[in-house]
Design a protein around this ligand. Structure first.
Ligand code: PGA
Length: 248
């Protein structure tokens, strides 16, 4: 049985002060213990959140990092720096990073390897544009992103990785993929994993859906056979909404 995982992606939202306000409210709710809960916050809030959520069964994630260990990379942050702040997860290859910050499948692959080396769980994002979907290219886009992103990853490491299917046209648009559309692609991702690593491993890896997930649609999404969790932007910013997602 794969343990469900609900991940909030705060993107470039919340100062430390605002993170504190979120936490005060969030800690008044009780959370479903059978679900892994992760908050991916801006760098400035990571240490504060990790410190205050220790022993609360909520883990902290980052939204990006550099694949090199150290050096002349002005403005970047390393995996070790994140780990030192208490970070346990990192989002890699989010479509916004691919679109605005020149992230490629090759840099995704380098980052996946570096995260694994640093004992940080990678959450690899893949997804097609609306144009690609309309042209019937969804599966080929996903295939390329997955196989390149996972290049040279061993079968020992693969089950430590989480894959998030996020159709770009559903992110922040209020347009959710239908649960069947989402599950079809998540099943296809599991099939790619099965072809590379075998069926047993493919049944262990966790695959999330992301894109306009909210309290009103979480139940139906989580009922799908190949969806093991969600990656949530907008609805993760409000403590009560995020709690409802965790307690789906
Ligand atoms: P959204 O974002 O939930 O606001 O659509 C999802 C994401 O970008 O991870």
């Amino acid at each position: 049985m794969r343990k469900p995982i609900v991940v909030g992606n705060w993107k470039m939202n919340k100062t430390v002060e605002e993170s504190k306000k979120f936490l005060v409210e969030f800690l008044t709710f009780s959370l479903n213990k059978g679900v892994d809960v992760v908050i991916c916050a801006p760098y400035t809030s990571l240490g504060f959140l990790a410190e205050n959520l220790r022993n609360k069964n909520v883990f902290i994630g980052a939204q990006n990092f550099h694949y090199e260990s150290s050096g002349a990379f002005t403005g970047e942050i390393s995996a070790d720096m994140l780990a030192e702040q208490g970070v346990k997860y990192v989002i890699i290859g989010h479509s916004e990073r691919r679109q605005y910050f020149a992230e490629t499948d090759d840099t995704v692959n380098l980052k996946v390897k570096k995260a694994l080396d640093s004992a940080i769980t990678p959450i690899i994002c893949v997804g097609e544009t609306l144009e690609q979907r309309d042209n019937g290219e969804t599966n080929s886009v996903i295939y390329t992103q997955i196989t390149k992103g996972l290049k040279d990853i061993s079968s020992d490491d693969i089950t430590d990785i989480i894959i998030a299917y996020e159709p770009i046209w559903a992110i922040g648009t209020g347009k959710t993929a239908s649960s069947k559309q989402a599950n079809d692609v998540c099943s296809y991702i599991r099939k790619i994993i099965s072809d590379i690593f075998g069926v047993e491993i493919s049944n262990k890896i966790r695959i999330q859906y992301g894109g306009s997930v909210k309290p009103s649609n979480i139940k139906e999404i989580m009922e799908q056979s190949d969806i093991d969790g969600v990656l949530v932007g907008g609805a993760s910013l409000v403590a009560e909404d995020f709690t409802q997602l965790v307690n789906f």
